[in-house]
Design a protein around this ligand. Structure first.
Ligand code: BDR
Ligand code: CA
Length: 305
């Protein structure tokens, strides 16, 4: 697995799950929840905590393909992307500042590689534009982003798609044999509530992993305040688990179109859910069901020392 991410509180938990359950070749970072310098520093620090201090971490693009970004997601993830937690900075710096070349080289070198993306698709789209052959080389792409129903950043758009709709459009049109959209409408149904986080804290108390309970505390509180929903929805985790534990999620092949027009719908993933009426050919496996209890248990196991 190659993990492209923007940590980010739920990205942090996704990294923990990936390192526990997958053979991870490395991490690339993208600007999203916070700026690229922070997502990269956070990825490096998280790798240290998780005992992966030698894993390659490549920094990618900070800004979306359009070249500008109205705002990031500090209101959910805190000013530096890790809530109120100040992670011990890593002694390392990024392996390179050219994640796109690294993604291309790695896809060409590795058989059966899954690309898991838990942020805006900027790096992945640049890689496809530069080297279209990678589309036929990967085992698949699993992306946390989009939605079949509601948005979060706007009424129509989920954050990762809202940040870089042009990149998402390139990925959805690229012709991947396996492209899975783990959308917001499903990820927000899996929520780690206060009692769950308290129990986790009791189980991991006193270890380096305790920072995860602190990060989840912050994330849960922000979601309760802003989204008026209790429990932390750890969206990004599901894109990782789709690859490592496919039995906990189920999807249906659907045609998905990314809305690019400058309108209220910009950044929306329009999923054609009609059973007939000559829909366009399916270009994605759209997740429609999650086994919440199994996912909660997998997260607990991944965060246990
Ligand atoms: C997505 O947006 C980000 O804030 C999260 O990390 C997740 O990837 C959810 O909409
Ligand atoms: Ca993310």
């Amino acid at each position: 697995m190659l993990l492209d991410c923007d940590p980010g509180l739920d990205d942090a938990v996704a990294i923990a799950c990936a390192l526990r359950y997958a053979d991870v070749v490395g991490v690339s970072t993208v600007g999203g929840n916070v700026a690229l310098d922070r997502t990269t520093a956070n990825a490096l620090a998280l790798c240290d905590i998780l005992g992966a201090g030698d894993l390659p971490v490549h920094a990618g693009h900070d800004l979306p393909m359009s070249g500008s970004l109205e705002h990031r997601a500090q209101e959910f993830h805190g000013p530096g992307g890790t809530g109120s937690v100040a992670l011990e900075p890593s002694a390392r710096s990024a392996t390179s500042n050219d994640a796109v070349s690294w993604i291309i080289d790695t896809v060409r070198a590795e058989e059966g590689l899954w690309l898991v993306a838990t942020g805006p698709l900027t790096n992945v789209a640049h890689a496809i534009q530069t080297a279209p052959d990678i589309v036929g080389r990967v085992a698949g792409v699993s992306w946390m982003g989009g939605s079949s129903t509601v948005g979060n950043t706007t009424a129509a758009a989920e954050f990762n798609c809202w940040v870089d709709p042009e990149a998402a459009d390139i990925v959805f049109r690229a012709g991947f044999e396996h492209l899975t959209m783990v959308g917001l409408n499903i990820t927000q149904t899996v929520r780690l509530d206060r009692a769950w986080i308290d129990q986790l804290r009791a189980e991991i108390g006193g270890t380096a992993m305790e920072v995860f309970a602190d990060m989840l505390d912050y994330y849960e509180a922000r979601q309760r305040t802003i989204s008026r929903a209790s429990g932390a929805a750890v969206h990004d985790v599901l894109a990782v688990l789709y690859v490592t534990h496919p039995q906990v999620l189920a999807g249906i092949a659907r045609p998905v179109e990314v809305i690019l027009a400058k309108s209220a719908a910009r950044g929306m993933t329009l999923v054609d859910q009609r059973p007939s009426r000559n829909p366009a050919p399916a270009n994605a496996n759209v997740i429609e069901w999650a086994d919440n209890l199994a996912i909660e248990q997998l997260v607990r196991d991944a965060l246990s020392p």
